[in-house]
Design a protein around this ligand. Sequence first.
Ligand SMILES: [Zn+2]
Ligand SMILES: [Zn+2]
Length: 242
Amino acid sequence: MEFIADMHTHTLASDHAYSTITENAAAAAKAGLKYLGMTDHCIQMQDSPHLWHFLNMRVIPDMLCGVRIIKGVEADLIGYGGELDLTDDIRRSVEWINVSIHDPCLAPSTEERITDTYLAVVSDPKVCVLAHTDSFGFPYDYDAVTAECKRQNVLIELNVSRLGDPRSVKRLKEYILPACIKNGCGIIVDSDAHFWSRIGAFDRAKELIGEIGFPEELVINADLGRFEKFLSLKGITPVGNN
Ligand SMILES: [Zn+2]
Ligand SMILES: [Zn+2]
């Protein structure tokens, strides 16, 4: 399985990440990727860049080192009604939205409330991915959410940086990925790199996918045609047409 995109990466604009977008793009090119998502934390996280970071992203070329740079954000859920820490300006300025729950922005809650939160946010047409939903303390109804993600063209993330935690692996293997298979919900493998050397380093995800026999056709960033079809559904310009 070969990957063509890594759509959850951080630059040093998030204080606890350490590489520039140019270093990240060079690493993506070296890893054979065609697309790189630049998705720094949004304004409610402690390490987030200034609002202007997002409003000025258009100055970054669409292509760097032969890689299409998709300007995005890792937005935080800040309310159980699906509210995100996005302003209207940020929403207009970014092409790609990963949605995350981090406990500094949303307190752990019941399965029912977390499920309702995810169900609400995936109806936002600009949301592309529910990121690292394996987070401990935030259980949800895997069947209901993956079915709705399928309906709304939102991907579930297999976040490689979480695979060092056996609790995340267990939740992915036993609940999240089987629910994706049952409902035909696409997934995306992402590094969540906070340093350039992690970009496109997906070996652990490949092992997990192989181990459970996860169908390759549901891995959206393992095929250029599949990935570009997803981009077109979201109204995002692919390589070569910008
Ligand atoms: Zn995160
Ligand atoms: Zn992240």
